[in-house]
Design a protein around this ligand. Structure first.
Ligand SMILES: NC(=O)c1ccc[n+]([C@@H]2O[C@H](COP(=O)([O-])OP(=O)(O)OC[C@H]3O[C@@H](n4cnc5c(N)ncnc54)[C@H](OP(=O)(O)O)[C@@H]3O)[C@@H](O)[C@H]2O)c1
Length: 415
C-alpha cells in the first residue's frame, strides 16, 4: 500500500510501541500528545517476546522521522489514518470531538482505535455526525484488543513490548472489512489479521473481563479508609491471583456466557462468538502461556501478562521507619488507586455495556451485578441501581442523562 500520513493520538504505552512499526512500514507519522516537548526525536521499543520473530528492538531511526504536536488543526487535516492509541478509552469521545472539525472531504479517512470495545464505532458516529463538516468521509476500524501487552520505560522515548498477540482481529462496522484496512495494517503490525465486528469486540474478553473480578476479589470488603501494609499486598495483577479473584473470574465468565448466548439469537448477523476467557487467552498468546490447564493458570502463567502491576496509592503520612539489623527500612502503607484506568475505564465502557446487553436480553447476571455494584462504590458512580421489587439492576435514567458522555450504554445509542 502507498505511503500514507498516519496520526497516532495519545502519548501512552501503545503509541510509543506502535510508532517505530508505522515509521518502519514507510508512512509519515504525526503523534498528537498533550506534552510534545517531552518527546525525543528518536523512539525505540524493546521487544521481550523472543518467539514473535521481529527481533529484540525496533527504532524510528536516527533522523527525525516523525513529528509531535498538541495541535489537532495541524495534525488532522492531511491525515489518511487517525489512530487513537496510547490513551485510556474513556477519553475517546472527547478526542473524537476534537478530531471531527478537521476531517477531510477529498478522501475517506481511516479512523481507528487500539482497543475496539466500549462502543467506539457508535461514539464515533455520534461525534462525527454532530461535529464533522458536511461531506466528510470516514471508515472506522479497531484492533479488537491491544496488539501486545506493553509499557513505557521512558516517556516519549522508550517503550517495551512484553508479549504480542499471535492473531489479531480487526473490527469494522459490518465485520467484513469493505474499506481494506487489513491490507494497510498488516505490514505495520506483523501479526496475522482476521475480521471482527464492533459489537463482537464490545463483548470480547478484554480488560473488563479481567481487572474488575480480580480487583473485586481482593478489595470487595475494603471500607475505602483502611490502609494496607504494602508488603502484605500482591504486586502483580495477573501473576498473583487470590482465591477470591479466581472465584469472581469464573462467576463473571458464567454470566457472560449467558449474555453471549442470548445476544447470538438477538443479533444473528453480527459476528458474536461464545467467547471463553481461557480460550481467548490461549488463542491470543499461545506459546507464551506455560500452564494452559485452567482459566487461572492461563492468566497467571502468561509471560505477556507477567509485568502488569496492581495500582496503589502510597500513603506517605503513615510510613513507618523501623530497623532490621543494621539497615533502616521503611514500611509503606497503601490503598487501591481508584483513579486508575482499571477502575475508571472498565466500569463505564465494560461492565456497564455488559449489564445493558444482559438487560436487553433478560439474562440474570449475579456475578456481574456484584462486581459492578462494587466498582460503582469504588468510583462513586451509579449508572445502575438495585431494584428490590425485581431483585435486578436497572439503569438509573436520571444519572445516565447527566453522565451519558461518560459511559457506553448500547440500548441508548442511535445506531
Ligand atoms: N498497555 C497495555 O499493555 C494494555 C493492555 C490491555 C489493554 N490496554 C488498553 O489500551 C488502551 C491504551 O492503553 P495504553 O497503555 O497505551 O495507554 P496509557 O499509557 O494508559 O495512556 C496514557 C496517556 O493517555 C493520554 N491521556 C491521559 N489523559 C488524557 C486526556 N484527558 N486527554 C487526552 N489524552 C490523555 C496521555 O498522553 P499524553 O502524554 O500524550 O498527553 C497519557 O500519557 C487503554 O484503553 C488500555 O486500557 C492496554
Amino acid at each position: 500500500m502507498s505511503k500514507k500520513h498516519v496520526v497516532l493520538i495519545g502519548g501512552g504505552n501503545s503509541t510509543l510501541c506502535l510508532l517505530p512499526f508505522v515509521v518502519q512500514a514507510g508512512h509519515t507519522v504525526t503523534v498528537l500528545s498533550r506534552q510534545p516537548s517531552r518527546w525525543s526525536t528518536r523512539v525505540h521499543v524493546d521487544i521481550e517476546d523472543e518467539t514473535w520473530g521481529v527481533g529484540s528492538q525496533l527504532t524510528t531511526g536516527e533522523s527525525a522521522t516523525f513529528q509531535v504536536t498538541s495541535d489537532y488543526a495541524a495534525a488532522i487535516p492531511d491525515a489518511h489514518c487517525i489512530w487513537i492509541c496510547g490513551v485510556p478509552i474513556h477519553h475517546n469521545r472527547d478526542i473524537l470531538r476534537h478530531v471531527a472539525p478537521y476531517l477531510r472531504q477529498d478522501v475517506t479517512v481511516f479512523v481507528g482505535t487500539i482497543c475496539a470495545y466500549g462502543g467506539f464505532d457508535q461514539i464515533c458516529q455520534e461525534e462525527f455526525t454532530a461535529h464533522a463538516p458536511n461531506g466528510s468521509r470516514w471508515s472506522l476500524f479497531g484492533t479488537q484488543v491491544i496488539p501486545w501487552c506493553c509499557g513505557t520505560r521512558t516517556y516519549g522515548e522508550h517503550g517495551v513490548i512484553y508479549g504480542a498477540k499471535r492473531i489479531l482481529r480487526i473490527a469494522t462496522r459490518q465485520g467484513n472489512d469493505v474499506g481494506g484496512i487489513k491490507d494497510f495494517l498488516s505490514p505495520i503490525l506483523r501479526i496475522p489479521l482476521a475480521d471482527a465486528s464492533f459489537i463482537g469486540s464490545n463483548l470480547f474478553p478484554n480488560n473488563a473481563w479481567l481487572h474488575p473480578p480480580i480487583l473485586c476479589g481482593l478489595f470487595e470488603q475494603w471500607d475505602m479508609q483502611q490502609e494496607y501494609e504494602a508488603s502484605a499486598l500482591p504486586t502483580y495483577i495477573y501473576g498473583q491471583l487470590s482465591a477470591n479473584s479466581i472465584t469472581m473470574l469464573h462467576g463473571l465468565q458464567r454470566d457472560m456466557t449467558g449474555v453471549l448466548k442470548a445476544l447470538q439469537s438477538k443479533y444473528p448477523r453480527h459476528k458474536i462468538a461464545l467467547y471463553n476467557l481461557r480460550d481467548c487467552i490461549l488463542e491470543n498468546y499461545e506459546d507464551q502461556v506455560s500452564d494452559p490447564r485452567t482459566l487461572e493458570s492461563s492468566i497467571s502463567s502468561n509471560a505477556a501478562f507477567s509485568k502488569h502491576t496492581i495500582p496503589y496509592q502510597r500513603r506517605n503520612s503513615t510510613s513507618r521507619q523501623h530497623l532490621t539489623g543494621t539497615e533502616q527500612e521503611t514500611e509503606w502503607w497503601c490503598v487501591p488507586d481508584r483513579s486508575h484506568k482499571f477502575f475508571v475505564s472498565d466500569l463505564p465502557y465494560g461492565l456497564v455495556p455488559f449489564k445493558d446487553y444482559a438487560n436487553q436480553c433478560g439474562v440474570n447476571t449475579p456475578w456481574l451485578d456484584r462486581i459492578l455494584l462494587w466498582n460503582q462504590r469504588m468510583t462513586g458512580n451509579h449508572f445502575f441501581r438495585y431494584q428490590p421489587a425485581t431483585g435486578t439492576l436497572v439503569l438509573d435514567e436520571a444519572y445516565y442523562d447527566a453522565h451519558r458522555h461518560e459511559c457506553f450504554v448500547p440500548s441508548k445509542m442511535l445506531s
